[in-house]
Design a protein around this ligand. Structure first.
Ligand SMILES: [Zn+2]
Length: 248
């Protein structure tokens, strides 16, 4: 648990860094290797349990060289998450194991049964807010029917069944709640089970305010990490929940 100083609109970055910094096993694994340069050495300097606020400016400077947008502007937490994981994956295979999932999308022709499968990597899973996390997940993998999709076998556009199947579950599962659509409220579970693997709730990234000027914080079950401030959580505001983090 590190307290990270906001060096100018960097609450979105600080909150996302907490996903990594609060994963003790990940930090331990990263420390088993030596790094000549790159972003990981700067990341490890932020992993500190002393509760003394840490200046993030060196991390931000190194990251800025790799980013195509100004880091010290208000940015989207999910966007920086994807960028960070891509950079870290290039620097260490450990990040691949912890954050890289894979899913298949199967497209089956309703006329001849011909199936086409597309495999893609993922870092997060987008979910529409439903009453519970389980319902949101079921919604994500439910069978969909699409009209007029080209079938290679029938050689005409046909009704097609689309089904997502997760092939590789990463150690850290991140759900991005699609917001600004409805009253988004979602109750999180303390644990989730996929293919006999038990995931424990690790934390939530919250976003309050508007798209243009908002504030990001990270919460676990009891505490709120708000840049360099730490306080006990009083009430959860489900409409602010943006990213859910589970890990095993
Ligand atoms: Zn067909």
């Amino acid at each position: 648990m590190s307290l990270l100083i906001n060096v100018g609109n960097t609450c979105y970055l600080n909150s996302v860094l907490q996903i990594i910094l609060n994963n003790t096993e990940l930090i331990t694994r990263l420390r088993e290797h030596t790094y000549v340069d790159g972003l990981i050495p700067e990341l490890l300097k932020l992993a500190d349990k002393s509760l003394v606020p840490i200046n993030t400016i060196n991390f931000v400077m190194v990251l800025q060289k790799r980013a195509k947008f100004p880091i010290r502007n208000q940015n989207d937490a999910h966007e920086i998450l994807l960028l960070l994981i891509e950079i870290f994956k290039e620097e260490s295979l450990v990040f691949r194991e912890f954050f890289n999932g894979q899913y298949n999308t199967n497209y089956t022709c309703c006329s001849c049964g011909n199936t086409r499968s597309v495999t893609e990597d993922f870092i997060s899973i987008p979910l529409f807010p439903r009453e519970t996390m389980k319902e949101s997940l079921e919604d994500y993998i439910k069978t969909e029917y699409l009209d007029k999709i080209m079938c290679d076998n029938c050689e005409i556009p046909v009704k097609t069944r689309k089904k997502i199947k997760i092939r590789v579950f990463p150690r850290v599962l991140i759900f991005q709640i699609i917001r600004f659509i409805s009253e988004n409220k979602i109750k999180h579970n303390q644990h989730l089970v996929f293919r006999n693997t038990r995931y424990l709730f690790q934390g939530i990234i919250n976003h309050s305010g508007s798209l243009e000027s908002g504030h990001y914080t990270y919460t676990d079950s009891h505490l709120v990490l708000d840049d360099s401030k730490l306080y006990k959580m009083r009430t959860m505001t489900p409409k602010d929940h943006y990213l859910f983090i589970y890990s095993n």
